[in-house]
Design a protein around this ligand. Structure first.
Ligand code: B12
Ligand code: SF4
Length: 478
């Protein structure tokens, strides 16, 4: 029985290795459920990825049955759908149509990054009744409470809401106030098939792995990132609150490995120091990984890095994006290639595992610029002996609405999707990227293959990458 259903659809591009990454805790729906339970509602989460083993074009039977069975048992007050820009939209719409076919009076509420960015276009879609923009922590429970009143509720009371009046006029209420993560009610982990998520990722010395967010957003303004848009809040939980969550996960779910999924976990130096110190004092014995910006990592001297090691930190993921100073400047990354080299040295010196994320095909980037990225990747392969996993091949730059890089791509010929549905089609893996030359696109495809082939050599902790293995990369980077 459930009186509110929240769906996280998958994306077909999450197949393969990404499937494992994507089989990650649906933090959005889980957070919303925590608030609903706190207000006396009874939510159900349908996390499509947890209900399918192979990602196909059709929605899995398991997910369909879970949705239909729940609606048959009890008519929900509303069904919520969470979506980023891209494939999740198409599948979210399929779920929404199932709800409509079942009972067209059930309100369908969309939330998440994409509906929040383009609410006016999204609300025009036939599968959308209401949109909660931004964080749903405060607005969603208020909305559900109003919807419970069977048509007599007052939607204008709900902050952060976009909806249509009976005369089809679109109404937008004032934004919801910033939510304090320290006030979060307990996460209702019992709503998820926890064992599935916990056992999904196996790493050295870690048997039971879990992911948490200790902050949301990031105050920097890299021109390709959603956080660069005005009004996207940055908010963080206190270290004591995070430690409390870790202790709970250890005691209740025997977790021995935690990934901080924050976009910029290392932002606040003092907070990380407190987490590390508390992990030592409490003898938590949990392996930890986190990530963030290159120059912030460089603020940690040897004393900090030793403390982190002692506390159980084993891995840092750094947002590098490019090995070219010209490109770094054009995307407003505010870091330099020298800093990137220093970070690599610091991580190697302290024997941390590391991941460096790269993106290829930014507007105005050239093959020559990208070759500098390839040279950086070559350097990392040579230098990082403790990189138990491969360097992810650079991902294709994807123009996301609300960002400067998106506007740059449009200026260079990228077509802006005109409907909610058209935003589904933003997967550039196999497609032409009109804002760069065809030749550059083909070069990215080839470079990714070369890097992925080198990565195939990683067969475990003792993998050795030889100069001969790296030769194909050397051939294309010069
Ligand atoms: C974990 C994560 C993933 C996971 C799963 C994401 C998911 N949502 O299911 C994986 C690894 C699969 C992933 C993939 C990608 N991701 Co991602 N990801 C994240 C990350 C780091 C954390 C998400 C999270 O857990 N947040 C914490 C929870 C609490 O917040 P939330 O999910 O946003 O939910 C809150 C609100 O949005 C809202 N809400 C959300 N859903 C709903 C639903 C309803 C009904 C309501 C009322 C409210 C509501 O209320 C929630 C509570 O406040 C975010 C960054 C971020 N700060 O959010 C990026 C982010 C969502 N990802 C992003 C991107 C770009 C991608 C990729 C395209 C990257 C890539 N190039 O591969 C791919 C997508 C591929 C595809 N085509 O679909 C962008 C999205 C931009 C956009 N326009 O959509 C973000 C914002 C990063 C960024 N800064 O640009 N991602
Ligand atoms: S530092 Fe990372 S999370 Fe912050 S704005 Fe830049 S890309 Fe986004």
């Amino acid at each position: 029985m459930a009186n509110v259903i929240i769906i996280r659809p998958i994306s077909e591009s999450w197949d393969g290795e990404l499937y494992k990454r994507a089989l990650s805790i649906p933090h959005g729906p889980l957070t919303l459920s925590a608030h609903l339970i706190d207000k006396g509602f009874d939510p159900l989460i349908i996390d499509e990825i947890a209900l399918t083993e192979t990602i196909r074009t059709e929605i899995s039977e398991k997910a369909i049955n879970k949705l239909k069975n729940s609606m048959q048992k009890e008519k929900p007050i509303c069904v919520g759908i969470s979506s980023m820009t891209g494939e999740q939209i198409r599948r979210g719409k399929i779920f929404a149509k199932m709800v409509r076919d079942f009972d067209e009076t059930i309100p369908i509420v969309w939330g998440g990054a994409h509906p929040s960015l383009l609410p006016e276009m999204t609300i025009e879609d036939e599968t959308v009744d209401l949109i909660c923009t931004g964080e749903g922590d405060i607005s969603f429970p208020i909305l559900v409470n109003e919807l419970k009143k069977n048509g007599t509720g007052d939607l204008s009371k709900v902050p952060g809401l976009v909806y249509k009046e009976k005369n089809n006029e679109i109404k937008k209420t004032k934004p919801a106030p910033l939510y304090r993560m320290d006030d979060m009610p307990p996460f209702p982990y019992h709503l998820l098939d926890m064992e599935l998520y916990i056992k999904n990722i196996k790493k050295k010395d870690i048997t039971r792995y879990f992911e948490i967010n200790s902050s949301r957003g990031c105050p920097y303004k890299c021109s390709f990132c959603l956080n660069s848009k005005e009004g996207i809040p940055y908010t963080k939980a206190r270290s004591s609150r995070i430690i409390q969550e870790m202790v709970r996960l250890k005691n209740e779910y025997k977790i021995d490995g935690i990934s901080f999924n924050d976009e910029n976990f290392i932002l606040n130096k003092k907070r990380i120091e407190e987490i590390a110190q508390a992990a030592i004092d409490l003898n938590l014995n949990i392996k930890m990984r986190g990530g963030g910006r290159v120059e912030l990592f460089l603020k940690f001297d040897d004393r900090y890095l030793e403390l982190f090691k002692k506390a159980g930190f084993y891995h840092f993921a750094l947002g590098v994006e490019s090995g070219s100073n010209k490109t770094l400047k054009s995307i407003n990354k505010q870091i330099t290639t020298d800093q990137i080299m220093d970070v690599i040295d610091a991580l190697v010196k302290h024997k941390f595992q590391s991941t460096y994320n790269f993106i290829a095909g930014f507007p105005n980037e050239t093959i020559e610029d990208f070759q500098e990225t390839l040279r950086t990747i070559y350097h990392i392969f040579e230098r990082c002996k403790y990189m138990v996993y491969p360097i992810p091949a650079p991902s294709f730059y994807c123009p996301l609405p609300g960002t400067k890089s998106f506007d740059d791509a449009v200026e260079l010929g990228h077509t802006v999707p005109k409907t909610f549905e058209e935003w589904t089609d933003v997967d550039y893996n196999l497609k032409e990227m009109v804002w760069i030359s065809k030749e550059f696109h083909e070069f990215i495809v080839k470079s990714r293959d070369v890097i992925n082939n080198i990565n195939m050599k990683y067969t475990g902790d003792n993998a050795v990458i030889t100069k001969a293995d790296l030769q194909p990369l050397k051939d294309i980077m010069n």
